[in-house]
Write a protein that binds this ligand. Structure first.
Ligand code: SRM
Ligand code: SF4
Length: 638
């Protein structure tokens, strides 16, 4: 039998030791929670993640020599984005009473509260659990929130099945330790929905050493996973969950009568990377095969066991399952999973092309009721001047008690709405300044940014606070180059970890250094192909000068209905860079910047052209920057 912990002789990362010593995720969290301090120790911080909380500090308030402004972030675990009305109202109140007054919809369909003080953490977690919510397993080295398309189509059984299996897989992989209830609820077991009997049976069934018989965690073992683990369940043709970015994606397959037959399986996606470390990379999930419905839990357990037993526990930068699949190759991975599974995985079933769907606006849901998708810019539910989204949602939930789904694009969907209530709900939204999906700029509609500053400890640049201004500048530029009404998928992050999935955007900004971003281009509008890095470092001040030539070339050379991402992919970066290098800005001139001619020697011209081509910026801009730098240095010396 496999051991419940990895051998003491194995070289492991620090976090492995913390998990091993934690006594099932209990200590030192339980002890430190009782202490009258502003923050937790490093060991407790690592364990708190499993309980759904991160220790952060407000980086806007950092003062040299003073203690940081410590605060906790809390993240909900709600498969398929489901939030019952009583939970939403509780979160709304908790955000005001204990948080920073906002609620944030995440890219994995959860909600986050920011700004909770350590002394209030227990009260807030207990309140979430008492209102039908949970934060257990929202973060940490285990299965994260399981995603599913948020659409509540009652006449399309595959959508309902995606919800059901997202829920069941989440239950199957929920940590079994009693630590959560002991610490946050003084041992009181929460009233939660009954687990499906198939899930309970699968957790106990030891198909080929997939489970441990001693210890509290049959599937994970007491070391849990080597790293975070992410799953999604979707339906054919619906890529609202960004399925190629997940460790495991299942696609529901039904027969003509809408009865479940089985699932197509994809595995090995992941987006986290580190700048200047080539050994870390983004990876799209590979197709693995097909599994009958009766075997799906055993297959999920087999994949978890493979990553659990063979994933890298020494180097956390190499610990995600994508590296295991990459190092082994898909064939070896499939064979190893089959050993735990006990039978061959069948070939993939044919599927239609995947499309990105956002479900915004009012729609029939197929049973006489309607649903409403509301665009939430970068997921931030707040009241801000005339824009009163937080007030609007609270009022709607208080009056109509509607079930809610957080979408994978940081939006909110309300459903099971009696059509008779539609006018009243629309009136609340209009009164509170909430624009409909057709009134917001399409660039905003199809964009996402991660939180970054001031809460994220890993942020290098701004993201959520910067993106609105950046989108406005891109909109102005599009108008100026004659691409009015054009839109494409834009995503921004404050560091290379990829939380808003920028590597699957047609235009991705990835925080690089102060006020500078890597530029990623060439993904398709439906997120089925990864982008590539086009520019290592672009000062945000050079946004227009960098994008203008690309957009002009796109306008001149695009094919009919070709999107910006597809165009960049077809043309190739060499051509984009060459065009950019030779391009002379029309916008800058039109905006009143006078351009003067200066002659340079032939060899300087050749070198300048080569550098401009590599960097993908106009030669005139490069020459200006070089001269500016020289003049500055001269001034300094003089
Ligand atoms: Fe993330 C770490 C926010 C989705 C990859 N992520 C973080 C932390 C907790 C920073 C930290 O470790 O201290 C961020 C908290 C910021 C804050 O102030 O709230 C953070 N991640 C988020 C959210 C809130 C972004 C958002 O705009 O919504 C998303 C929460 C989802 C949820 O409800 O569970 C979020 N993070 C993602 C995604 C997208 C996804 O899962 O679909 C990714 C890329 C996909 C992937 O995992 O490969 C992602 N986050 C990371 C990574 C890099 C992981 C890696 O494999 O290297 C980190 C850093 C780490 O784990 O070491 C990270
Ligand atoms: Fe923080 Fe980086 Fe994730 Fe943005 S991408 S939330 S900066 S970890």
């Amino acid at each position: 039998m496999l051991p419940t912990s990895i051998p003491a002789t194995a070289k492991v990362s620090k976090v492995e030791g913390i998990k091993q010593r934690s006594h099932g995720l209990r200590e030192p969290v339980a002890t430190e929670l009782l202490q009258d301090t502003t923050h937790f120790s490093e060991d407790a911080i690592q364990l708190l993640k499993f309980h759904g909380s991160y220790q952060q500090d407000n980086r806007d308030n950092r003062v040299k020599g003073q203690e940081k402004d410590y605060q906790m972030m809390l993240r909900t675990r709600n498969p398929g984005g489901f939030i019952p009305p009583e939970l939403y109202l509780a979160l709304d109140q908790l955000a005001d009473e204990y948080g920073n007054g906002t609620i944030r919809a995440t890219t994995r369909q959860g909600f986050q509260l920011h700004g909770v003080l350590k002394k209030n953490l227990k009260t807030v977690i207990a309140a979430i659990v008492h209102h039908m919510g949970s934060t257990l397993g929202a973060c940490g080295d285990l299965n994260r929130n399981v995603m599913a398309p948020p659409a509540p189509y009652k006449h399309r059984p595959e959508y309902d099945l995606a919800w059901e299996y997202a829920n069941n897989i989440a239950d199957l992989l929920t940590p079994q330790t009693g630590a959560y209830y002991e610490i946050w609820l003084d041992g009181e077991k929460a009233i939660s929905a009954e687990e499906h009997p198939d899930v309970v049976a699968a957790r106990q069934r030891n198909g080929n050493r997939t489970i441990f018989h001693d210890g509290e965690e049959p599937i994970y073992g007491m070391q849990y996973m080597p790293r975070k683990f992410k799953c999604a369940v979707t339906v054919p043709g619906d890529n609202s969950v960004d399925l190629f970015s997940q460790d495991v994606s299942l696609v529901v397959l039904t027969n003509k009568k809408g009865e479940l037959q089985g699932f197509n399986l994809y595995a090995g996606g992941g987006l986290g990377r580190t700048h200047n470390k080539e050994e870390t990379f983004v990876r799209a999930a590979d197709p693995i095969g097909y599994v009958e419905k009766a075997d799906v839990y055993d297959l999920v357990k087999a994949i978890v066991a493979t990553q659990r037993d063979y994933g890298d526990r020494a180097d956390r930068r190499h610990a995600r399952m994508k590296y295991l699949i990459n190092d082994w190759g898909v064939e070896k991975f499939r064979t190893k999973v089959e050993e735990y599974f006990g039978k061959p995985i069948q070939p993939l079933q044919p599927l239609p092309a995947f499309k990105y769907l956002d479900f915004l606006g009012w729609h029939e849901q197929g049973d006489g009721n309607v649903f409403l998708g509301i665009s939430v810019e970068n997921g931030r539910v707040k009241d801000d001047g005339a824009f009163q989204l937080k007030t609007a949602l609270r009022e709607i939930e208080q009056k109509f008690a509607l079930p809610m789904r957080v979408t994978p694009h940081q939006n909110i969907l309300l459903y099971d709405i009696d059509p008779a209530h539609q006018p009243a709900i629309q009136a609340i939204l209009t009164r509170c300044g909430i624009k409909s999906e057709t009134d917001i700029d399409t660039l905003v509609r199809y964009s996402m940014a991660c939180p970054a500053m001031p809460t994220c400890g890993l942020a290098i640049t701004e993201s959520e606070r910067a993106l609105p201004g950046v989108l406005q500048r891109i909109r102005n530029l599009l108008d100026q180059v004659g691409l009015k009404d054009e839109h494409f998928v834009i995503r921004m992050t404050g560091c290379p970890n990829g939380c808003s999935r920028p590597y699957l955007a047609e235009l991705g900004f990835v925080g690089q250094s102060f006020e500078a971003y890597q530029l990623w281009l060439g993904a398709d509008p439906h997120q089925t192909r990864l982008a590539q890095v086009y520019m290592e470092k672009m000062s945000i001040h050079d946004l227009e000068v960098t994008l203008e030539p690309l957009l002009v070339m796109f306008k001149q050379q695009r094919q009919r209905h070709e999107s910006f991402g597809d165009f960049c992919h077809r043309i190739g970066f060499d051509q984009l860079r060459q065009f950019s290098a030779q391009y002379s800005s029309r916008i800058a001139t039109a905006n009143g910047r006078i351009r003067r001619r200066i002659g340079v020697r032939d060899e300087v011209y050749t070198e300048l052209k080569a550098i401009a081509t590599t960097q993908g910026i106009p030669m005139s801009e490069l020459a200006t920057r070089a001269i500016e730098a020289y003049v500055e240095r001269m001034k300094g010396e003089g």
